[in-house]
Design a binder for this molecule. Structure first.
Ligand code: SAH
Length: 256
């Protein structure tokens, strides 16, 4: 039997209009959809496709399963929210593949990009990523908390805007507040902090608070929230009847 393919597909943040035409075409051509349950549900239905929903914390196992299906001839779509390369399934797939490449010699692997949460959030509030920025996953499931703190300190010193993915979960209730307290030691009290929950979905909520109120707002965050901490130049532009715009100028130390 000819080996098939695995395409790791980004579904975007939630609004189906944010799915790229290229990702939609890859989904339409798939024989099998593999992924964490809620993402599999978000993939548009196509007749004759098999759906394999799995639990959240089994990424490498899921990747091996997808590669095995493809070795048997399937056109397998592995779905992720946002972009599949950002704290998601594309790296898990390569971890599985690298560990056992000889098992899937002829499987074609491809990655279809999607709009990652921080870009959707940025567009929703203005242009907070207009200067230099970074993304950090606050989850200490895959790296020690010490490493996260060291990285936070480094990027706080570097004055980058920080997008915090995976800010909080039932198993990790205190890390977000710690990160925000650390930020408050390095950045002015008025620095804008964005709490953006479920962007692009029906239950979207966005809060913009100054850094000195961010710890108390942390209690409103959950697993669907992205937290963005401004840099020293990040500022607000008030708007009547809506949240202010948040933006970071492109220039540093020069007249814009
Ligand atoms: N691959 C995904 C990120 C996976 S990590 C992407 O590119 O967006 C999961 C984290 O992403 C969540 O804890 C949250 O911080 C963020 N996230 C994903 N979708 C989001 C959305 N619609 N709104 C806000 N944050 C989101």
């Amino acid at each position: 039997m000819t080996a098939g393919s695995v395409t790791v597909i980004g579904l975007g943040p939630g609004d189906p209009r944010y799915l790229t035409p290229s990702a939609a075409a890859a989904l339409a051509g798939a024989t099998d959809i593999v992924g964490y349950g809620p993402y599999v549900e978000r993939a548009p239905l196509h007749a004759g496709q098999k759906r394999h929903a799995s639990d959240n914390r089994v990424e490498v196992e899921r990747a091996r399963f997808a590669l095995d299906l493809a070795a048997g001839g399937g056109a397998v779509a592995v779905v992720s929210g946002g972009d599949p390369g950002v704290f998601a399934m594309a790296a898990a797939l390569f971890e599985a593949y690298e560990a056992d490449a000889a098992r899937w010699p002829d499987v074609a692997i491809k990655v279809e990009p999607g709009i990652t949460a921080m870009l959707a959030v940025a567009a929703r509030v203005g242009a907070p990523l207009g200067g230099d920025f970074c993304a950090i996953s606050l989850s200490d499931n895959l790296k020690p908390w010490d490493v996260i703190v060291a990285r936070l300190k480094a990027v706080l010193t570097a004055d980058l805007v920080i997008a915090l993915y995976n800010p909080i979960s039932k198993a990790r209730p205190w890390q977000l507040a710690e990160a925000l307290k650390l930020a408050a030691t390095e950045r002015p009290a008025g620095t804008p902090v964005i709490f953006a929950r479920a962007v692009g979905r029906a239950d979207e909520t966005i809060r913009i608070v100054p850094l000195d109120q961010a710890v108390e707002t942390a209690a409103t965050a959950d697993m669907s929230t992205l937290v963005m901490i401004g840099a020293s130049a990040t500022r607000l532009i008030a708007r009547a009847g809506d949240l202010p715009f948040v933006y970071t100028p492109r220039s540093v130390g020069m007249r814009p």
